[in-house]
Design a protein around this ligand. Structure first.
Ligand code: ATP
Ligand code: MG
Length: 366
């Protein structure tokens, strides 16, 4: 199938609206039932000749990174919160990369930021977040005319982590959304769905290095889906549109070695592609949306999700950018524990250190 021919089976706008609401395994399976998909046991991906056995007009499951032996590497994460942090960091990088690439369009000689912090200072006028409470002590302090904390709070909306629980299916789902640079549909298989081929190694202002981190989230999920759209100005000649795909673990018949596969629309590995209007219909101008369904909180369940605010503040101690967290409808912004520790003027609710008023001594205190 030509990746864009997927639109022959569905109405793209209505489909994408429905697709981004798939929060359970049942919902994603029902979504998949609309398409002709070759059973995973009926097509075995051959890297040297992926067209062998390909049934034209059908979608096929292809191993992530085109590597049939990918499960070992994908299953490396040990704690359920790790993959969420990895995806969040990828989201921060996508926001930084968007700004860097837009800067280069204006001025192709603009010097490379030498560190992620320098990039965040240049593109978002943001100091390390643990300095914000101190800045607030000065009533004149502002970032782009706004109180620093308010400015940071608004910036956090560009990157959102959401955890939902479906009572009927007894399943957790984790969503990570960024309004960053996004990927062109034609490149999703080489980036978001690749393994070990990071495009960040030559960029001192990004963090990622191994082309590995984001994929750990697939191991913690029964199904995942992702949707991405590249910023219009940065398509590098590729057509605008929205890529959509689903990832699952495949257990081939008569084999003991599972692998992770995504739904591809061509033997070259391209994902199903929807026209730009479908992106507009879900409010996606540029960026990526990931959903990890039936997320395995390693037996911890709601105890882990309730503590996610603390855990993410701990793992991302002084993050480059703040982000929003929504756990079952409870909203918070994460600035990292560095911020929470740095000053008592921060609102008591989000403060980590407890602040005690001066206590008078009386005769009972000794
Ligand atoms: N939110 C995103 N927006 C745009 N591209 C992304 C996003 N997340 C991942 N990518 C692309 O997918 C690739 C793989 O991501 P992954 O996190 O697995 O590796 P990495 O960030 O390059 O390195 P590391 O393993 O150190 O995290 C990235 O190199 C990047 O090209
Ligand atoms: Mg990464």
């Amino acid at each position: 199938m030509n990746p864009t021919r997927i639109a022959d089976f569905i109405k793209p706008e209505a489909f994408l609206k429905q697709a981004v609401q798939a929060t359970t395994v049942k919902a994603i399976k029902s979504l998949l039932s609309q398409f002709p998909i070759v059973d995973e046991n009926a097509y075995a991906f051959e890297p040297s000749n992926p067209s062998t056995g390909w049934l034209e007009g059908n979608l096929h499951w292809i191993p992530l990174g085109k590597d049939r032996g990918n499960a070992g590497r994908i299953k490396l994460a040990s704690r359920p919160e790790g993959p969420i942090a990895e995806r969040t960091i990828n989201g921060m990088e996508a926001l930084i990369e968007l700004m860097r690439r837009l800067e280069l369009l204006q001025n192709s000689g603009a010097p490379v930021p030498q560190s992620p912090r320098e990039a965040v200072a240049r593109y978002f006028s943001l100091p390390p977040l643990d300095q914000i409470p101190k800045m607030q002590e000065n009533p004149e302090a502002n970032i782009k005319g706004q109180k620093p904390q308010k400015y940071a709070r608004e910036l956090a909306r560009l990157l959102r982590v959401r955890v939902a629980y479906d009572k009927g299916q007894k399943e957790f789902a984790v969503f990570i959304e960024d309004d960053g640079i996004g990927q062109a549909p034609a490149r999703m298989h080489e980036t978001l769905l690749s393994l070990g081929s990071s495009d960040k190694g030559d960029k001192p202002y990004l963090i990622g290095l191994f082309g590995q981190g984001g994929s750990s989230a697939y191991a913690a999920s029964e199904y995942s889906w992702c949707v991405s759209r590249r910023a219009m100005q940065l398509l590098d000649g590729r057509p605008d549109g929205v890529g959509w795909t689903v990832v699952k673990q495949v257990f081939p018949k008569n084999r003991r070695d599972p692998y992770y596969a995504y739904l591809a629309a061509s033997p070259a590995g391209e994902v199903p592609t929807l026209p730009p209007e479908a992106g507009d219909a879900i409010g996606l101008q540029s960026g990526s949306r990931f959903a990890h369904l039936a997320y395995n909180f390693a037996g911890g369940g709601s105890a882990v999700t309730k503590g996610l605010y603390q855990t993410l503040n701990h793992i991302l101690f002084n993050p480059l950018l703040p982000f929003d967290l929504d756990v079952g409808g409870t909203l918070a912004t994460i600035y990292g524990n560095g911020y929470r520790l740095s000053n008592a003027t921060v609102k008591a609710k989000t403060r980590l250190d407890k602040y005690f008023e001066q206590q008078p001594l009386d005769e009972h205190s000794v």
